[in-house]
Design a protein. Structure first.
Length: 322
C-alpha cells in the first residue's frame, strides 16, 4: 500500500499558517521559496504519494507563487522535471525566458535544475508530478526547448498522460508497491511521448510561441533599460506593435504588463537579498528601469499587496532561503 504524506494548515493557528506553509513547501519540493502576494490570511493542504520514482502531490491553497533561485536549482540533490496540472485555478510557469499559462484540462512542464517561478494568482487545486529527469534524458529527447511550455491535455497523447497522472494519484492508496511502480513507469513513458510529439510540431502555433520567446528574450536582455518600450521592441525585432500584441493575445499579460511584472519580480528578488540590504529601495527600482519611486511603490503594492519597505522587512526577517 502507498502511504500518502499529508499536510494541512488547519492544524495550526491562523497567524502561524503562512510561515508553516513556507517551511512545508521549502522541505517537500527541495528548496522552493513561497510568496503569498502580501496576504495575511492563508490556508493550504498538500497530500503526496509515490509511484515508484514518480512523486505525485495534490496541492490546494490560496493564491501564492513559488520561486526556485539559481543557487537552489544548482544545489538540488536529485534532478526532476515537474508537471503542474490544475484541477481548479491557473498556474503561470516561467523559465528560460519563456512563460506558459495552464488551466484545468491542460498541463505544463519545467525543470528543477534551472531557476523558475510558478504564479498561482487565485485559489488553486493542482496536481504536481515530479519525474526523475534522467529517466527522460536517457532517451535522447532534447528537453530544454520544451520547458515552460503548455504541453496540452485536451486531445492526443497529452490528454492520455494527463488522465493517467490524475487517475494514478487517486488510486495510489489502494495499489501494491509493484503496481505503483508500474504506474509510475507508465506516467514517465506517456510524458516522454507527449514531449516527443510537442518537439515534432511545426505549425502556426509553435511559430507564434517562437516569436513570443524572441520577444521575452529581448525584454530580458533590456529589462534594466528605462527606454524599453513597445516601439523599441518592434523596431529591434522588425515588426509592428500590433504583431507584438497578437503574439500575447492568448497570454495573461499584454507585452507592457509582462515588462512591468518582470521588473517587479526582479526588484522583489533584490529586496529579499541580504547582500543588497544596503541599497535603497529607490536605487533598486531605478536600476530595473522604473523612472520614479512613487510609480514603483504603487505598482509594487498592486502586484504584491505590500509596500516595498514592508516586503523587504518581512523577507529579510524570515532570512535568506534562496
Amino acid at each position: 500500500m502507498s502511504s500518502p504524506t499529508e499536510m494541512s494548515t488547519d492544524v495550526v493557528s491562523p497567524r502561524e499558517r503562512a510561515a508553516i506553509w513556507r517551511d512545508w513547501i521549502w522541505t517537500h519540493f527541495g528548496g522552493l521559496e513561497s510568496d503569498l502576494y502580501g496576504d495575511t490570511d492563508f490556508d493550504g493542504h498538500m497530500a503526496a504519494s509515490r509511484a515508484g520514482d514518480v512523486v505525485l502531490t495534490k496541492l490546494e491553497a490560496n493564491r501564492h507563487r513559488v520561486i526556485k533561485s539559481p543557487r537552489m536549482a544548482q544545489a538540488a540533490e536529485r534532478p526532476y522535471l515537474k508537471v503542474v496540472a490544475p484541477w481548479r485555478g491557473s498556474a503561470g510557469v516561467q523559465q528560460l525566458g519563456r512563460q506558459a499559462w495552464v488551466r484545468p484540462g491542460g498541463w505544463a512542464i519545467y525543470d528543477t535544475t534551472s531557476d523558475y517561478e510558478v504564479a498561482n494568482p487565485e485559489r488553486v487545486e493542482h496536481l504536481i508530478v515530479m519525474l526523475p529527469k534522467d529517466a527522460l534524458t536517457e532517451r535522447g529527447l532534447r528537453l530544454e526547448p520544451l520547458m515552460a511550455r503548455h504541453v496540452g491535455g485536451v486531445s492526443g497523447i497529452a490528454r492520455v498522460a494527463l488522465e493517467t497522472m490524475r487517475t494514478t494519484y487517486q488510486e495510489l492508496p489502494g495499489m501494491s508497491e509493484a503496481a505503483a511502480r508500474g504506474a509510475g513507469e507508465l506516467i514517465l513513458e506517456l510524458v516522454r511521448l507527449s514531449l516527443q510529439e510537442l518537439s515534432g510540431r511545426e505549425n502556426g502555433a509553435t511559430q507564434l510561441e517562437a516569436f513570443r520567446d524572441r520577444i521575452r528574450l529581448h525584454i530580458g536582455q533590456h529589462l534594466r533599460d528605462p527606454g524599453l518600450s513597445l516601439d523599441q521592441i518592434a523596431s529591434a525585432l522588425n515588426c509592428s506593435k500590433r504583431h507584438l500584441h497578437n503574439a500575447f493575445q492568448a497570454e495573461e499579460d499584454t507585452p507592457a504588463q509582462y515588462i512591468q511584472r518582470q521588473r517587479i519580480q526582479a526588484c522583489m528578488r533584490e529586496l529579499a537579498d541580504p547582500l543588497r540590504a544596503q541599497r535603497t529601495i529607490t536605487e533598486i527600482a531605478l536600476s530595473w528601469g522604473f523612472n520614479n519611486a512613487a510609480h514603483f511603490s504603487r505598482v509594487f503594492r498592486e502586484h504584491t499587496g505590500r509596500s516595498p519597505s514592508d516586503y523587504r522587512e518581512a523577507a529579510l526577517r524570515h532570512g535568506p532561503q534562496g
